[in-house]
Every structure is written in structure tokens, then in C-alpha cells.
Ligand binder design. Structure first.
Ligand SMILES: [Fe+2]
Length: 301
């Protein structure tokens, strides 16, 4: 491979991968841990692998999760000026894309959380606002957790959140869910009482699910709705999925996907690759239609 194609590949990867959320698929014991407090080691190809200061800060932030007691205020993470700059860069890319492509429900919630463009919001502040609106709590975790642990916590109105931010060398790329995905994606949508309710119902459905096969189907439905759901508003396709809403690149390209009518049985059978833009999306006729369909499906699961 030439140096030029190598750079191109890297740039493509940056664009393609900033939405990645491995939680619903991280069934490999090397990638996910049953203990919500285990620290995940960085791979040698992680953008921050050679940055000792970054790794030290990641460990410091992981310690917050290790020492956290549910219900306590979440201690603030020690973000640097460089990291606040990462947030600003992402914000500048995301804002116009969201105004164009986000669902009305999302934009309404976004206003209520009132982010500042030049400062990474602390989980503590977002948690207070979200809890006041929907009763959902955000709790810090050190890294990836098993899909079942992650999903079952939703039943109790708890969203397990990473608190570190991606490495400053790749502001539009992260190989793992970071605080930007958590806050801009999940934090905002959990400020919607109806989306918060659907998250709870997912957790309850997972609690009632015994077989690995059924858990897999439910994880896929979570992926194609909560993470990558789209719907129609006045004829236009808009996003309500957190993976789309936290990625300017993918938001701008979502109309190029194969848009299929929302069919939850079909979504449960649909394979996906979290490291690429999604070639298939399930599109509801409206927010109300999505809410009613998904709610009924989960209650009867
Ligand atoms: Fe996510």
C-alpha cells in the first residue's frame, strides 16, 4: 500500500467510524467485561496509545467509575484545554448536520440540555438535567461492559456512560463510545420521556430474555432503533438514533442508506457492522408510529 492510499484509508476510517458503539456487539470476552468497573486496555492501534499523558488521564477517569456509588453526584472529569477543543471541533461539524437531519423530538431535547460549544459538559450536569426530566440516571463506567449488563441496567432507568473523550489527534474518530456519543447521543435522547421509556422497556425485555439467540435479536432491534433509527417528518427522513446523531459524517449520508419500512422482526434478523456507515436503516412513518410500534413490541416480548 502506498503512503497516499494509506492516508486516504485512514481519512475514510475517521469519517466512517466516529459513531462506533461496540456495546451491543462486544460479546468477545477480550473486548467486554462482565464487571462494569473493569478498566479496558488501549490497543496498540488506538489513537491515544502512545500518549502517556492521555493514558494517565484515562486511568484517572476510570478511577472515578471504580469509586462511584450509584446515586452520588458524579465527580467531574479532568478534561484538558486540548480536549475541550475536540468538543468544539465536533460541535462545529455536528450542529449544522443536526439542524438539517435530526428529528424534532431530538432538537427539542437538545435545547433543554443547553450545551456550550466550547466546553465538554460534565456527566454530573447532564445527569441532573436528564433525571429531572425523565427520571433516567447516568452512571460512569470505566469501559465496555457486556451487552446484557449494559441493556439490563436500562430497566432500572440507569444508563452506563463512559466519561473519557476520544484522543485529540482524531477529533472525528473514536474506536469506542466516548463521552461525546454518550452525551450528544444518549444523554439528549434520554431527556425525551418517550425515548427514555423505550430504553427502560428494552432493559425489561432483556431481563426476561434467556436464550443467547433472543438476546442477539433484541440487541439488533436496539441497534436499528435507539442507535440508528430514522423516521419521516413532513416527508423528510430524520434521525432519532444516537449513533447517527453523534456523527456528522453519517448524519449527512444517511439518506443514501437502503431505507426500509420499520419492521422489528426484520430488524432482529438484520446483521450489521458497527465499523462502517450503516447500509440499511429502518424508517418509521412518524415519531408516534415508531413509539407505538416499538413500545408494543417490547411489552409483548
Ligand atoms: Fe450508543
Amino acid at each position: 500500500m502506498t503512503a497516499e492510499t494509506d492516508t486516504t484509508t485512514r481519512q475514510d476510517q475517521q469519517l466512517l467510524s466516529d459513531h462506533v458503539d461496540m456495546r451491543p456487539v462486544a460479546t468477545d470476552p477480550d473486548e467486554a467485561v462482565a464487571d462494569r468497573n473493569a478498566i479496558v486496555q488501549l490497543d496498540p492501534d488506538h489513537p491515544g496509545f502512545r500518549d502517556l499523558e492521555y493514558r494517565r488521564r484515562r486511568n484517572q477517569i476510570a478511577q472515578i467509575a471504580l469509586q462511584y456509588h450509584p446515586g452520588d453526584p458524579i465527580p467531574d472529569a479532568p478534561y484538558t484545554d486540548e480536549e475541550h477543543q475536540v468538543w468544539l471541533t465536533i460541535w462545529r461539524a455536528l450542529q449544522p448536520a443536526q439542524q438539517k437531519h435530526a428529528s424534532a423530538e431530538y432538537l427539542e431535547c437538545l435545547k433543554q440540555l443547553n450545551f456550550l460549544p466550547d466546553r465538554i459538559p460534565q456527566l454530573r450536569e447532564i445527569n441532573e438535567k436528564v433525571f429531572a426530566i425523565s427520571g433516567f440516571r447516568l452512571e460512569p463506567v470505566a469501559g465496555l461492559v457486556q451487552p446484557r449488563v449494559f441493556l439490563e441496567n436500562l430497566a432500572d432507568g440507569v444508563f452506563l456512560c463512559t466519561q473519557y473523550i476520544r484522543h485529540h489527534s482524531t477529533p472525528l474518530y473514536t474506536p469506542e463510545p466516548d463521552v461525546v456519543h454518550e452525551i450528544v447521543g444518549h444523554g439528549v435522547t434520554l431527556a425525551s420521556p418517550r425515548l427514555a421509556e423505550l430504553n427502560r422497556l428494552f432493559g425489561k425485555a432483556v431481563q426476561r430474555t434467556k436464550s443467547a439467540d433472543a438476546l442477539e435479536r433484541l440487541s439488533r432491534i436496539y441497534w436499528f432503533t435507539i442507535e440508528f433509527g430514522v423516521l419521516r417528518e413532513d416527508g423528510a427522513v430524520k434521525a432519532y438514533g444516537t449513533g447517527l446523531l453523534s456523527s456528522a459524517g453519517e448524519l449527512g449520508k444517511m439518506h443514501q442508506a437502503d431505507l426500509r419500512p420499520l419492521d422489528l422482526d426484520a430488524a432482529g434478523r438484520q446483521d450489521y457492522d458497527p465499523t462502517h456507515f450503516q447500509p440499511v436503516l429502518f424508517c418509521a412513518d412518524s415519531f408516534d408510529a415508531m413509539y407505538q410500534t416499538l413500545r408494543e413490541y417490547l411489552v409483548n416480548w
